[in-house]
Ligand binder design. Structure first.
Ligand code: NAX
Length: 324
C-alpha cells in the first residue's frame, strides 16, 4: 500500500493533483495513504482538503493525515512529492529565492533521511526545482541519490505538444523527446533526437530556423506566457506532469523511447559535471528503477546550449553552497 507525502498541499498544484492521485491515476486498484504537509498557517485549508477527499469516497483512499511537520508526515512514506516552496516576490533576486527555499529542502531532506522508507522516491517540483532537489538529496545521505528527481516532465510535454502541432500529427506520434539541463529559461528541448512517426523530427519539420529558434524559445518561455495569461503559474498541467512523472517511473518505458527527469549527474554518460540535478533522457525498468539512456548524438547546436544550462546549474549550486 503506497504511502505518499505531498508538501505544499494547500497550494494550487496540489488541488489539481490530489483528487486524481487518490482516484488511482498512478496506483490503479491499489489502496493508498496520503500525508499532506503545508505551513502551520494553512492548517484550516488542509482540514478542508481532507474533508473533500473523504467526501469523494474514493474506494482506494485508506488514510489522509495532515500537518506541518515533515518529520511526522514523511514517516515510512514510499513517495514524496515536494511542491511546497515560496514564490518569488517583486524585487527578489534568483539567488535570494534559492536561499529562502534552500532552507525548506534542508529540513525536508533531513526528514526523508530519518523517517521515510529507505526506498522512497522523491519528486521535487517547488522551484528552483533542480537545485532544491540537490539540497534535499545532500541532506538525505542514507537514501540512494538516484531516487531523487526534479520535475522536468512539464517541459517535455510542452515540447511534444508543440512539435505535434507543427507537424499536424498526434502527440502520440512524437517520441524520444528529452529536455536537457535546468527547469528554467536555459533548458534545452532537444528536437535533434526527437522522432515523429519514427522519423527524425527535422526530416518531418524542415524549417531549421523554426526548430532552432521558435521551438526552443517557446518551450523555454511557456511557463512565463501562462503566468501572463492567467495571472498565476501553471497548475493543472503541472499536476498532470506529476502524475506522468510517477507513472513513467513505476512502469517500464516502452522499447526505444525515454522520458525526461532531472536526476543526479554523478555517473552520467554525457560528460556533465558531477553533483548536479540535470534533465536527462531516462528509461525505467519499473518500480522506480531506471537508468540514464546513453549514446544520444549531440550536435554543436545542442552541445553549446547544454553548456549554458550546465553553467547556470553550477552557479545555482554556488548560491546555496552553505546548504550543501
Ligand atoms: P502555491 O503558492 O499555490 O502553493 C505552494 C504551497 O507551498 C503554499 O500552500 C505554501 O504555504 C506551501 N509551502 C511553502 N513553504 C512550505 C514548507 N516549508 N512546507 C510545506 N509547504 C510549504 O504554488 P503552486 O502553484 O502549487 O506551485 C508549487 C511550486 O511548483 C512552486 O514553487 C512553483 O514555482 C513550482 N512549479 C514547478 C513546475 C515544474 O515544472 N517543476 C511547474 C509548475 C510550478 O511553477
Amino acid at each position: 500500500m503506497p504511502r505518499i507525502a505531498v508538501t505544499g498541499a494547500a497550494g494550487q498544484i496540489a488541488y489539481n493533483l490530489l483528487f486524481s492521485l487518490a482516484n488511482g491515476a498512478v496506483f490503479k486498484d491499489e489502496p493508498l495513504s496520503l500525508f499532506l504537509c503545508d505551513l502551520p498557517a494553512f492548517e484550516q485549508q488542509l482540514n478542508a482538503l481532507a474533508m473533500e477527499l473523504e467526501d469523494c469516497a474514493f474506494p482506494n483512499l485508506k488514510e489522509v493525515e495532515f500537518g506541518s511537520d515533515p518529520f511526522k508526515l514523511f514517516e515510512r512514506v514510499d513517495y514524496a512529492i515536494l511542491l511546497g516552496a515560496k514564490p518569488r516576490t517583486a524585487g527578489m533576486e534568483r539567488g535570494d529565492l534559492l536561499k529562502e527555499n534552500g532552507k525548506i529542502f534542508v529540513k525536508q531532506g533531513q526528514a526523508l533521511n530519518e523517517v521515510a522508507s529507505k526506498q522512497v522516491k522523491v519528486l521535487v517540483v517547488g522551484n528552483p526545482c533542480n537545485t532544491n532537489c540537490l539540497i534535499a538529496q545532500h541532506h538525505a545521505p542514507s537514501l540512494p541519490k538516484k531516487n531523487f528527481h526534479a520535475m522536468m516532465r512539464l517541459d517535455q510535454n510542452r515540447a511534444i505538444a508543440l512539435l505535434a502541432k507543427k507537424a499536424k500529427c498526434s502527440v502520440s506520434d512524437v517520441s524520444r523527446l528529452v529536455v536537457w539541463g535546468n527547469h528554467s529559461a536555459t533548458q534545452v528541448p532537444d528536437f535533434t533526437n526527437a522522432r515523429i512517426r519514427n522519423r527524425a523530427a527535422s526530416e518531418v519539420i524542415r524549417e531549421k530556423s523554426w526548430l532552432q529558434v521558435e521551438f526552443t524559445e517557446t518551450i523555454r518561455q511557456r511557463g512565463t506566457m501562462i503566468i501572463h495569461a492567467r495571472g498565476k503559474s501553471s497548475a493543472a498541467s503541472a499536476a498532470h506532469s506529476v502524475i506522468e512523472s510517477l507513472r513513467s517511473l513505476i512502469h517500464p518505458t516502452p522499447e526505444g523511447d525515454f522520458f525526461t527527469s532531472g536526476v543526479n549527474s554523478d555517473e552520467n554518460p554525457y560528460g556533465i559535471e558531477k553533483d548536479l540535478i540535470f534533465g536527462f533522457p531516462c528509461r525505467s525498468f519499473g518500480n522506480g528503477e531506471y537508468e540514464i539512456v546513453s549514446g544520444l548524438p549531440l550536435d554543436y547546436f545542442i552541445r553549446e546550449k547544454i553548456a549554458v544550462t550546465q553553467e547556470e546549474l553550477i552557479t545555482e549550486r554556488e548560491c546555496v553552497r552553505e546548504w550543501l
